[in-house]
Design a protein around this ligand. Structure first.
Ligand code: CA
Length: 362
């Protein structure tokens, strides 16, 4: 290349650089002028550990990542709308976003249940694989689009516990007549097994268990369950939580509010949601493990694993129940078909790796 063409090339490149710089400057100045103030409602009590505290951390992170261009004011359940009013408040646009769990909306949207957890469904790692690298998030967006909502996975409880019982569960017939507080699809399965399922608000579970109004209850895992004091009023603590093997929490955003944001603010929200998804699961794992250690010291409590014949029986009833629920509408069937296909694909891989490894690691 001769000197003249080098100079010419350099001039062109410099010109392009100047043009690019001024374009960037213009767009940066323009974009940074616009600021957004969002309100966020949740289904969790004020200061509720891991869930509400995690959401508050998320809001702070969004502020940091956007250098204050998008700020989110968080309201706990009941502060602005009732805990189970989150879906409607965000859908209608009266607030811009919310944090909750999709299975709470089963009455409005049957297909939503697969995006939290279904009995004998995927664990947290499997749910994330389905969302981020399978069709999970695409399907979730499709299901929620008619409600003007944009969903993102935003937390996971990990495998929950099976619950607190005042009698031993050694065979399927032990569920006959058992008065148990267990919501959702898990409740339908226990009812199928002959149990008398009741739905009690959180504040009434302890006293009901103590007075024998119920014989059993599920809640979350050792960390939250200990705070509820169930170990004082129930003798047997069973695992695993076959009914909630990887309950995903959701960030829901009003579609119009989300679409109004410039791409870099959307990216900040998506990034903060993914971060929350990891952090919440990590906190559940660590705190549950620590709480289990504590619980093991309590002589009043027996920590047990459901026998294989019980888990097999529950799985059979769960498959029946899920088929019935999936048949309610075409969208639910579409989601379930994809979920089951993904689970079937993961299973041989998980059996060869995680499952085999756990048997020797632990
Ligand atoms: Ca639960």
């Amino acid at each position: 290349m001769d000197r003249r063409s080098l100079i010419k090339k350099g001039a062109v490149a410099a010109g392009a650089l100047v043009a690019a710089n001024s374009a960037t400057k213009v767009s940066l100045v323009h974009a940074s002028e616009k600021r957004f103030r969002w309100r966020m409602v949740t289904s969790w009590p004020p200061a509720f550990p891991i869930l509400q505290t995690g959401v508050e951390e998320f809001a702070k992170r969004v502020g940091e990542l956007t250098q204050g261009r998008l700020t989110i004011q968080v309201y706990a359940g009941g502060e602005l709308v009732p805990p189970l009013g989150v879906f409607d408040a965000v859908s209608s646009g009266s607030v811009q976003c919310g944090h909750s769990a999709a299975y709470y909306w089963a009455g409005k949207c049957n297909a939503a249940q697969w995006f939290t957890s279904i009995p004998f469904g995927l664990d947290a790692q499997g749910m994330n694989a389905w969302f981020y690298d399978g069709n999970g998030l695409k399907l979730w967006e499709e299901v929620y689009s008619k409600f003007n909502l944009v969903p993102r996975p935003a937390g996971n409880t990990g495998v929950q516990m099976g619950g607190w019982f005042n009698k031993k569960i050694e065979k399927m017939s032990d569920f006959k007549g058992l008065k148990m507080r267990i919501p959702g699809i898990g409740g339908k399965v226990i009812a199928k097994a002959g149990g008398a399922v009741t739905l009690l608000p959180a504040g009434e579970i302890y006293t009901s268990l103590e007075r024998g109004v119920i014989d059993a209850t599920e809640w979350i895992g050792p960390f939250h369950d200990m705070r509820m004091g169930f170990y004082k009023v129930a003798k047997y603590y069973y695992g695993p939580g076959w009914h909630e093997p990887g309950s995903t929490l959701e960030l829901i955003m009003n579609k119009k509010a989300y679409d109004e944001l410039p791409p870099e603010l959307k990216a900040a929200l998506d990034t903060a949601a993914a971060e929350l998804n990891v952090k919440m699961l990590s906190e559940f794992e660590a705190k549950n493990a620590m709480a289990l250690q504590e619980l093991k010291k309590d002589k009043r409590v027996q920590i047990l694993r459901f026998p294989d014949n019980v888990l097999e029986g529950l799985r059979k009833l769960s498959e029946e129940t899920i088929k019935e629920i999936a048949a309610k509408d075409p969208m639910s069937k579409k989601v379930n078909d994809d979920f089951q296909k993904f689970k079937k694909m993961l299973a041989p891989w998980n059996r060869l790796t995680e499952k085999a490894y756990y048997d020797f690691m632990l």
